[in-house]
Design a protein around this ligand. Structure first.
Ligand code: SF4
Length: 403
């Protein structure tokens, strides 16, 4: 299974916590669309187009700042160049871009899933995060989705804001559950470098929430959502049966994915020596310095440079990648354990052995046994997954197992 991620780098304004690549000017949208279509066209016939694509995800930035016509033209080019047999076609939206007409136009061009960045219903929180929408727009957007023909959607919430109380978080959850969404992603606010929030923390104007308080809020949120009937299938993801996000499963299971647009990331694990040779020979200099043996899988990214992306649109045959790295079998195995521990599926020792050529050593076996005895990990045959108690310590446990 493979996926495509399309990065749309436009935002109305900069959210205080965000370190994704975006620009707040909107005058280059059509030029960007043309460059994106050129990037897709340049991939025609390449090794990436031989694998069936099951999911396409439009993220950003704010994809809903493009018109349905522009999005439709991008999808048409993807259909022309790739073998799309889609289980999921998702678009991220912000509440201030939603109208009933726009939703139906998105449906017409092929989208079947919406990811709505609500983050909070509290005016205080929305202002603190410098979101472009207010509470009224968030409520209206959800109402519009509920009454639209989209059945599959997810809503993002952010908790763990400085000074946010559990009561305030509970109010956000209560308000959200009025709409009975089939999927929710809930993230703790993190202080990323080079953001306005990081600057405010550095200047001492804001004190980040205490780690224990954030963990308590995560527990509160998880307890409530699970009691409501959603399954916590990943640390931050909750879904009704049948509504688990398919695109993220590609990332979590080391499926191949191609990133398109400035700032996007790609990952490709060749299935055979022949495919690897094709990939390695894909572009002169692309994999310069990497030997075929080193390169179990490859990761690369497009530069975070919208104007460069637009102006080089005719040179895509020569590639634009800013970062290319090979990934060894060992680091893929460790990543599989780390990612697996974040999901309800956990990790499987059989898969580790067969797919990653990796055996847990005596120290790791011992740690696993202790974690099972302590009730932090549950074991089912060769599968190990975190218990509810263990999830609270997910990162620590993963680090402990891998160090
Ligand atoms: S809308 Fe999304 S991508 Fe844009 S600044 Fe806010 S969080 Fe970042």
């Amino acid at each position: 299974m493979s996926g495509i991620y399309v990065h749309i780098p436009f935002c109305k304004q900069a959210c205080s916590y965000c370190d994704f690549y975006f620009v707040t000017k909107s005058d280059q949208k059509e030029n960007f669309v043309l460059a994106l279509i050129a990037e897709i066209a340049a991939l025609e016939g390449q090794v990436f187009t031989k694998e069936v694509v099951r999911s396409v995800y439009f993220g950003g930035g704010t994809p809903s700042l493009l018109s349905a016509d522009q999005l439709g033209r991008i999808i048409s080019e993807l259909e022309r160049v790739f073998s799309l047999e889609l289980d999921e076609l998702t678009i991220e939206m912000n509440p201030d871009n939603v109208t009933s007409d726009y939703l139906e136009a998105l449906k017409d061009v092929g989208f079947d899933r919406i990811s709505m960045g609500v983050q909070s219903f509290s005016e205080k929180s929305l202002i603190f995060m410098n979101r472009a929408h207010d509470r009224t727009q968030a409520l209206q957007a959800l109402q519009d989705i509920v009454t639209s023909s989209f059945e599959n959607y997810t809503v993002d919430l952010i908790y763990g804001q400085p000074d946010q109380t559990s009561t305030e978080l509970q109010e956000d959850i209560d308000q959200l559950m009025v709409f009975n969404p089939p999927h929710i992603s809930a993230y703790a606010l993190t202080i990323e470098h080079n953001t306005r929030l990081a600057k405010q923390v550095e200047l001492g104007r804001i004190k980040p929430a205490d780690d224990d308080e954030v963990a308590d809020q995560m527990d509160l949120l998880a307890t409530f959502l699970v009691n409501y009937g959603l399954e916590r299938y990943e640390v931050s993801s909750f879904a009704k049966a049948g509504f688990q996000a398919k695109h993220n499963q590609i990332y979590w299971s080391h499926g191949n994915y191609l990133g398109l647009g400035p700032g996007s990331h790609s990952f490709w694990w060749p299935k055979s020596p022949i495919e690897k040779e094709k990939l390695m020979g894909y572009d002169v200099g692309f994999f310069r310095g990497l030997s075929s043996e080193q390169a179990t899988a490859l990761r690369w990214s497009n530069p975070k440079d919208l104007m460069g992306y637009i102006h080089k649109k005719n040179e895509y045959q020569q590639r634009l990648y800013s970062l290319v790295e090979s990934t060894s079998e060992l680091s893929l195995a460790e990543e599989y354990i780390w990612l697996g521990l974040r999901t309800s599926r956990g990790f499987d020792r059989g898969v580790l052995s067969e797919r990653y050529n990796y055996e847990c050593n005596a120290k790791q076996q011992n740690r696993l046994e202790n974690l099972v005895n302590d009730g932090k990990i549950s074991q089912d045959g060769e599968c190990f997954s975190l218990t509810r108690e263990g999830i609270r310590l997910a990162d620590y446990i993963a680090l402990d197992l891998l160090s």
